[in-house]
Design a protein around this ligand. Structure first.
Ligand SMILES: Nc1nc2c(ncn2[C@@H]2O[C@H](COP(=O)(O)OP(=O)(O)OP(=O)(O)O)[C@@H](O)[C@H]2O)c(=O)[nH]1
Ligand SMILES: [Mg+2]
Length: 194
C-alpha cells in the first residue's frame, strides 16, 4: 500500500502468480481488453518471441473509493518459469493481494506445487501472514483434455481455504470473478489499515 495524501490517491498492488504457461498473462490481457479504456492504462508486456513473460506484465486501473481516496490498482504478472525465481520475489515486493493461477493439466501438478511453495516462502520473507493474506485461487485451463478434477486441485493447492474459481482464461471464464474477489479482499484489508 502506498498512500499519496496530496493526490488523495492510494496505490494497491495485485500480483498474478503461478507456474509457467498457466495463463497469468492471458488473465491480464482479457481484463485489459474488457475494462473501460478510460479507467485503465495501456498494458505493458515484456515477452520473449515465444510469448513467455521475461520480467512482468503490468496494467493500472481505477475503481471505487476508499475513505475518500481514489484507489489505483496496479496489476502485475510474474514470469512462471523456474529460471525466474528471483524476478518473482522482486515483483512481490509491496504486494497487497495475489491471484494464484494454477494449471489444471494432468502433468502440471509438480509445477503448481513448486510455485505455490515459492509464493508462500516469498510472502513470509515479506513479513506477511499467509493465512490472513488476500489470496485467490484460480484453477485455469479447465478446457484441456485430461484436466485434473477441481476437488483434487482444491485439496492439494488450496491449503488456506482461499476463495477459488475455475478458469478458462482464453475465453475469459473466471477472469473477472477472480479479479473482483481479489479487489474485494484487498480493499477490505486496506480499510482497516488507513
Ligand atoms: N486451452 C487453454 N489455453 C490457455 C488458457 N489460458 C491460457 N492459455 C494458453 O496457454 C499459453 C500460456 O499462457 P500465458 O498467459 O502466456 O501463460 P503465463 O502464465 O503468463 O506464462 P509465463 O509468462 O511463462 O509464466 C498461451 O498459449 C495461452 O493462450 C486456457 O484457459 N485454456
Ligand atoms: Mg506470462
Amino acid at each position: 500500500v502506498f498512500i499519496n495524501y496530496g493526490l488523495n490517491q492510494i496505490d494497491l498492488k495485485i500480483v498474478y502468480y503461478g507456474p509457467g504457461y498457466s495463463g497469468k498473462t492471458t488473465n491480464l490481457e482479457w481484463a485489459h481488453s474488457h475494462i473501460d479504456p478510460e479507467l485503465r492504462s495501456d498494458i505493458l508486456n515484456l515477452k520473449t518471441k515465444e510469448d513467455r513473460t521475461i520480467f512482468f506484465d503490468f496494467m493500472q486501473f481505477e475503481v471505487g473509493k476508499i475513505k475518500g481516496l481514489t484507489p489505483k490498482f496496479n496489476l502485475y504478472t510474474v514470469p512462471g518459469q523456474d529460471i525466474y525465481t528471483v524476478s518473482r520475489k522482486i515483483i512481490l515486493n509491496g504486494v497487497d493481494g495475489v491471484i494464484y493461477v494454477a494449471d489444471s493439466g494432468e502433468d502440471r501438478m509438480r509445477d503448481n506445487l513448486f510455485t505455490l511453495i515459492d509464493l508462500v516462502k516469498n510472502l513470509r520473507e515479506n513479513k506477511h501472514k499467509v493465512e490472513e493474506f488476500p489470496i485467490i485461487m484460480q484453477y485455469n485451463k479447465r478446457d484441456v483434455e485430461g484436466a485434473l478434477p477441481v476437488e483434487y486441485l482444491r485439496k492439494t493447492l488450496n491449503r488456506f481455504n482461499a476463495p477459488d474459481f475455475e478458469g478458462v482464461a482464453i475465453q475469459g471464464v473466471g477472469v473477472f470473478e477472480s479479479l473482483r474477489t481479489a479487489i474485494d479482499l484487498v480493499v477490505r484489508r486496506v480499510r482497516k489499515m488507513v
